[in-house]
Design a protein around this ligand. Structure first.
Ligand code: R5P
Length: 295
């Protein structure tokens, strides 16, 4: 087994290789002067299992193309099996044609990746209209969840916090985690007016007065969902607001805006590399790849 990355998950990949005691083989990844992708393997791949670890953030398009080039090249060079670990799988949110003429991005990305890798492993994918990744990929896929890691974090750091999911899609994380922590929870109702404008309301009222409120969401992108949810929690009397996101994208100037939002602490998993990374997914990935090594 050989482990590599196209660049977005360097620290994670190196740590994973070390934990598994398998070689990390860096790819040469660059671009021609006109911007075209250049990929080069620097080791023999014949009859080996190649694991490409690549979160599709930042620069999802570039990352996707690099991954396709790497996987196709590995196949061409005789790799026995190609596994893609995409801790953050991009493009899943465009899972329908919301307006006439739109591309259903998730289907397209699924088709592209299914054609060049043998298996995909990901964390907490944003499954909304699809029930499982089988609706996206024609290859086997494994979905891992950071829920138990988040439960452990909360139990250790904020055992008394009330959990809030900022929209009903987040209930699969917030409610399940709250149950395991053994704490109260509620789900806000979110209205999205545009990518950058959202409003939230509390539909299942619980008291947030003088409470530590912990907002749990799968993705922090522009940060607007989190900012609005935090404002609502403070309006309801919360003493402090903490936020846990599985995939911290922090698009545009989200980080600057969030720093002004009076959120006591923002914590993410290392599915996407960011200074807020606190919850480590390496042990779960190690376990998963140990199974692949034994196959
Ligand atoms: C959407 O349903 C997701 O669960 C997140 O709430 C959303 O992607 C966050 O986006 P933003 O940070 O741009 O508000």
């Amino acid at each position: 087994m050989i482990i590599t990355t196209c660049g977005n998950s360097l620290t994670l990949t190196k740590r994973l290789a070390k934990a598994l005691n398998v070689p990390f083989s860096p790819l040469t990844v660059s671009a021609f002067p006109d911007g075209e992708v250049y990929i080069k393997f620097n080791t023999t791949l014949k009859d080996k299992i190649i694991v490409i670890v690549e979160s599709f953030q930042p620069h999802p398009d570039q990352s996707l193309l690099r991954t396709i080039f790497a996987a196709e090249t590995a196949r061409d060079l005789g790799a026995k099996r190609i596994i893609l670990i995409a801790p953050y799988l991009a493009y899943l949110r465009q899972d329908a044609r919301f307006h006439p003429g739109e591309a259903i991005s998730s289907k397209i990305v699924g088709k592209l990746l299914s054609s060049c890798v043998d298996k995909i492993i990901t964390f907490d994918p944003h499954l909304h209209r699809y029930r499982s990744l089988n609706a996206v990929f024609s290859i086997p896929s494994t979905v891992l969840t950071a829920n138990d890691l988040i439960v452990n974090y909360i139990k250790k750091k904020y055992p008394k916090a009330v959990l809030v999911g900022p929209d009903w899609e987040s209930s699969q994380w917030a409610e399940r985690i709250a149950k395991k922590v053994g704490t109260e929870s509620t789900i806000f109702e979110k209205k999205r007016y545009s990518s950058r404008k959202v409003r939230v309301e509390m539909i299942k009222p619980i008291s947030l007065k003088n409470k530590q409120v912990l907002i749990v969401d799968d993705i922090i992108s522009t940060g607007h969902t989190l900012i609005e949810a935090a404002k609502k929690a403070y309006r309801e009397g919360a003493k402090k607001v903490i936020a846990v996101g599985i995939h911290g994208i922090f698009a545009e100037n989200a980080w600057t805006k969030l720093k002004k939002a009076n959120i006591t602490k923002i914590v993410t998993t290392n599915c996407i590399a960011h200074p807020t990374n606190t919850i480590d997914i390496v042990p779960l990935l190690t376990k998963e790849l140990q199974k692949e090594k034994r196959r």
